[in-house]
Design a protein around this ligand. Sequence first.
Ligand SMILES: Cc1cc2nc3c(=O)[nH]c(=O)nc-3n(C[C@H](O)[C@H](O)[C@H](O)COP(=O)(O)OP(=O)(O)OC[C@H]3O[C@@H](n4cnc5c(N)ncnc54)[C@H](O)[C@@H]3O)c2cc1C
Length: 381
Amino acid sequence: MDRYDVAVIGSGIVGLFISYMLGNLHHDGRLRARVLCIDKECAVALHASGRNSGVIHSGIHAKPGTLKARFCVKGNRMMYQLLDRLSIPYRRSGMLILCTNDGGAGALEELQRRGHANGVDGVRVVQGDEVGRIERYARGDLGLWVGSAGVTDATMLAYTLYERARASGVEFMLNSTVTGIDEVVDGYRVEMVNSRQRESRRTVHARLIVNSAGVHADDIANMVGLRRYRIYPCIGEYYLVRRKPHLVNSLIYPIPTFDHRGLGIHLTKRLDGTIAIGPNAIYVESKDEESDGVKGRLNRSMDEFYSSAANMVDGINREDLEYGYYGIRARLAGYGSSEEPDFVVEEHPSNLIHLIGIESPGFTASPAIAEHVIGMIGDRL
Ligand SMILES: Cc1cc2nc3c(=O)[nH]c(=O)nc-3n(C[C@H](O)[C@H](O)[C@H](O)COP(=O)(O)OP(=O)(O)OC[C@H]3O[C@@H](n4cnc5c(N)ncnc54)[C@H](O)[C@@H]3O)c2cc1C
């Protein structure tokens, strides 16, 4: 049985950042720890990490005092530095949170309060003509401008981290679904099946494990008796507008409702100029993007996307919209809940760290989450 110091379960952006940072923990010029990153898919970042808006959030939306707030604000700063270091393109475009209805002013104040409490840089109220100077086609004359938000290519980042981690000696075992974890002397026995040929099994030994399995992080936690957490999968779909890049300069978000709908359908100008409209929020039973339970709920109507976009900017017509893509959020609260669940970072039993409920802003927060995990385990290696 192969023996590793650390097994990271999941090669989404969180597992990849952890692997990359572990790969950089060198000692006398050599990789100090033997690290394995396991994923059930044939490639990295095939789930939430490759199916999001690619927005580098500021941390203004997160409830003060939470891990989401702390890791998002720190992750935002770390992300820009890391993107520079890894030569990955991004645009620090800023975000306009637009007040388009009468009830929005109170929520705008709450956002300002959160931004201030969370230590978010570059937040100011914009009104009247200034809104139009920032976003010429915006509808509304009151908003909040957040200068530290931006956008990048999440998939390009994931692949770069994968290559860098591999180059530094981290091993990857893809097509391998973790099916069981047993506590043994000096660590854990991790059981896997080949995701394509289920009869083919493999077992490795790891002194430490990090569970960064996205929507399945609660299932992995269940394997070692941590049953407190339940993930409610929630689809987010996008429509795309390809031919009108001039309609949006930055990122245009609605006033959030702070409930089960997430941040609301927004407009993201991606690096290639395409405007992404989404995501919506549809709670489903299945965590599998390819299952009938998920596919049967997709692409029902573009009305919600069109009306949200038309409510925020002038110039988008129904025929400009084409169906884009979708991802599944790893939410720790179900439909109708007004909870704002936090990220969970929990060690149970010792030397097994679970990262559960890493929904938005998990992409932004991922380098800070990884740094935190390395801080927890670094001196045990
Ligand atoms: C629609 C949508 C939009 C979003 N927009 C943004 C945004 O703009 N900005 C932002 O900051 N965040 C955003 N997020 C959140 C962000 O994408 C996630 O928080 C982040 O990608 C989570 O990364 P992860 O590594 O935890 O999970 P994942 O990317 O889901 O990776 C988990 C990995 O674990 C593997 N795995 C699961 N179970 C097993 C098993 N048993 N054995 C082996 N491998 C397993 C999976 O195959 C997968 O590769 C968005 C999310 C969604 C869904």
